[in-house]
Design a protein around this ligand. Structure first.
Ligand SMILES: Cc1cc2nc3c(=O)[nH]c(=O)nc-3n(C[C@H](O)[C@H](O)[C@H](O)COP(=O)(O)OP(=O)(O)OC[C@H]3O[C@@H](n4cnc5c(N)ncnc54)[C@H](O)[C@@H]3O)c2cc1C
Length: 407
């Protein structure tokens, strides 16, 4: 009897789509077609895309798939430093360091091109094409299963917004990211420094790896209309770097001291933007009448404030991969798609959204009290830090009373 492989199409070669494509291509019984609108070179030479801090659970998923090519080069971060920086005399400063299982930040411009190579080495078919509605219908018709992993781009809007799971109607932060060299190390073991400035926004840095070696990822999260929401008109790399230094001098002098000699890792190592955090229904019925399933940011889009997007994309892609393998030769119908997406939502999506929402909303009195206690209680500090890796473990924190305070 002739053994026929199952034909699967994945649209979008980012963290989730490419990882899932490799996961399935490593099995014998699938033929995977992976569609990308950008070549490996365009990604490699393009703009910075993310700060992509991946905590331990996600990096272990990548390791299981043999995708941890940079383990000997990339800093293994083991701490999270939390600071609340007062802007008036009524507020109290908070500062603590929590210890956490090793985690990494590898520039996606380095990671994704190498993973594309790996996918092709395994015999996968990588097709460079910007997929529109018409080609999506054709692809869906030609494959047993089609997965859309196009991130926050237009095509994701085919999946309808789930109002019950989407509390926001507008972007909650203006984002700016940089990958820089020459930042002075901190006195703590390597890790993320997360600073909250009430009514202004947040700022975090994480040691990482880019094309030309070690770097430090910097992210500014600006409350709309506030002083950190001031990147939109800056276009040149030099002006972008200068603006970052100016904001730090004004609002976080301790971090500014670490940045006196910084320079961009390369001329494209910066980004600015904003988007509305949105959860979407997981399936779309294409023109040929067959359902397609969404994955990653396509259906669960979080603000990067709690560094959950790529972590969710990785963990969810792994869950989809295992579910596809376990489904054996049964049909990939809409009912199955809903079951898989709902399992992923309950296991990874909902906790990631709840944690991101906690930081996007004004901190409640109870949360502030908890963060303050962590400065005197190392176990609590470690527990909160590890909640970034396992946001479900933070539900005890999130269930506290929700009285909002005004700073
Ligand atoms: C400033 C910033 C900082 C961040 N920091 C972190 C962090 O520290 N930790 C973290 O976990 N997350 C972080 N994130 C979020 C993280 O980068 C994303 O959540 C993650 O990359 C999502 O993966 P994905 O596979 O769903 O989508 P993406 O990685 O966006 O991949 C989608 C791919 O689809 C391709 N594509 C799009 N449309 C089409 C089309 N029509 N046809 C073909 N291909 C298409 C795109 O080119 C892209 O390669 C950050 C995001 C930003 C903006």
């Amino acid at each position: 009897m002739k053994f026929s492989k199952r034909k699967i199409a994945i649209i979008g070669a980012g963290q989730s789509g490419l990882q899932l494509a490799i996961h399935l291509q490593q099995q014998k019984n699938y033929t995977i077609s992976l569609y990308t609108d950008r070549t490996a070179d365009q990604i490699r030479c393009g703009r910075l895309m993310s700060s992509q801090v991946l905590f331990n659970t996600a990096t272990q998923r990548e390791k299981v798939l043999g995708l941890n090519f940079w383990d000997n080069q990339c800093t293994h971060n083991t701490s999270v430093t939390f600071s609340l920086s007062p802007t008036n005399s009524k507020e109290q400063a908070i500062h603590w360091v929590g210890y956490i299982d090793p985690y990494q930040s590898i520039d996606q411009r380095l990671k994704l091109p190498r993973w594309m190579e790996k996918f092709e080495e395994l015999g996968g078919e990588l097709i460079v094409k910007n997929i529109d509605l018409k080609s999506l219908d054709q692809i869906t018709n030609d494959h047993e299963l089609t997965i859309v992993a196009t991130g926050k781009r237009e095509i994701s809007q085919l999946f309808l917004r789930n109002d019950n799971r989407s509390p926001f109607n507008a972007p909650q932060r203006a984002l700016a990211g940089l990958a820089v060299k020459n930042m002075l190390p901190s006195f703590t073991p390597p890790g993320t420094h997360f600073v909250v400035i009430p009514n202004v926004g947040e700022y975090f840095t994480t040691p990482g790896l880019t094309h030309n070696g070690d770097c430090e990822m910097m992210v500014f999260e600006g409350i709309p209309g506030g002083p950190f929401d001031s990147w939109d008109t800056i276009t040149s790399p030099e002006a972008f770097l200068d603006h970052a230094k100016t904001l730090l001098k004004l609002f976080i002098p301790s971090e500014a001291e670490r940045c006196s000699a910084i320079k961009l890792a390369d001329e494209n190592a910066f980004l600015a933007g904003r988007f509305t955090p949105t959860v979407r229904h997981p399936t779309y019925i294409s023109g040929c009448g067959k359902a397609v399933i969404g994955l990653g940011d396509t259906i669960v889009l979080n603000d990067p404030i709690a560094a959950q997007g790529a972590n969710h994309a990785c963990k969810s892609a792994f869950l989809y991969g295992e579910a596809i393998i376990q489904h054996d030769d049964k049909p990939f119908d809409e009912k199955w798609m809903h079951e898989v997406a709902e399992l992923s939502w309950n296991t990874h999506g909902r906790p990631a959204c709840e944690l991101s929402e906690l930081f996007l909303m004004p901190l409640r009195k109870s949360d502030l009290a908890l963060f303050k206690s962590a400065s005197e209680n190392k176990t609590l500090a470690n527990r909160i830090a590890n909640g970034l890796d396992d946001p479900a473990s933070m539900s005890w924190l999130l269930k506290q009373n929700s009285m909002t305070i005004n700073f």
